[in-house]
Ligand binder design. Sequence first.
Ligand code: PLP
Length: 383
Amino acid sequence: MDNNATTQPLPQVVGAMGVCLESGYANPSSVHHFGQRVRHEVEVAREKVATLIGARPRELVFTSGGTESINLALCGFLRARRSRVHRPMRVVTSMVEHSAVLKVCERLEKDGCEIVRIGVDADGLLDLAEFETALSEDTDLVSLMYANNETGVLFDMQRLAELCAERGVALHVDAVQAVAKVPIDVRTLPVTMLSLSAHKFHGPKGVGALFVRRRTPVEPLILGGGQERDMRGGTENVAGIVGLGVAAEEVGLHLSAGIETVRDLRDRLERGILERFPTARVNGGGATRIANTTNIGFDGLEAEAILILLSEAGICASAGSACSSGSLEPSHVLKAMNVDRRIAHGSIRFSLSRFNTDEEIDGVVRELPKLLGRLDAFNRERN
Ligand code: PLP
């Protein structure tokens, strides 16, 4: 139940990647027939990913995953713009972004860029008034996440993208947790760039893509042999790209059914837990969320201890984002939402996939009171 950290690759993905490694291993830049066959595989995958988000195949750059896509979007876009705009750059983002965006923004700030970080309300939704005020004429780029990896809260991206488009400000969307969980169509969603990552939707790790709308200048960050139409040097991760393509096709085919299945599971889990723990609270529960995620705070308990007990019982969940585990600080997302410290410290993220079952959900609902009862008794003894 930790599918926002990563997902199980689909059997079709594993199968296609195996075939590729065994018999499709030529270099796609080679002119011989073997290389050209593999080039074709890469381009078929590009079409499949394009279809999933309504893009043109030429608008996609394959990368090593969400983090690289985000780095390319922000740094590559600003680098290309710097040659035309002769003043310090200005980027507007939010306080609840994934660390990939947060860290890139910190670096940009050190390099002299102005970073404006917009807050969120108690449900994790972007402060629209603050956002509109921040969208000044000299804003060079906006970067916002579509779905929050910790709470699953969805920003109203259609509205936010339209606001940016009206003001003529470029928008990068970190859609890593949104792809395959909400329908995305860049023909009607006016974003400039959009990042995605295969391993979040049943593809392999270490491969993703950046959508760059036609005629958007972006400078490459990785220089080399001119691959990806000069946007990203280095021999392509062909098996990974093929796996990404198959995952995109598969999730696209079953998108609405897949979302409904997972929503039923999530609601069953949430209901079951809240019935047994009436003081527990769903962080972001008042907002529209992706269907697979619930982030539940247990008053006065320690998330790390809950996770260890869950893990011993065979249940994999997470506290906040995987990247911040090991730290006792409440997550920056829950802090930005002003969640009470006691609840924030005891907040657990369950993130489901279509591979979870009703039996598993019922197992968690059954086990949790026993585990938390043990923890409570231990805490009382210690005090
Ligand atoms: N953005 C969000 C919202 C994420 O959840 C993640 C991964 O957890 C990333 C970006 C980074 O993606 P990747 O693991 O492919 O580098």
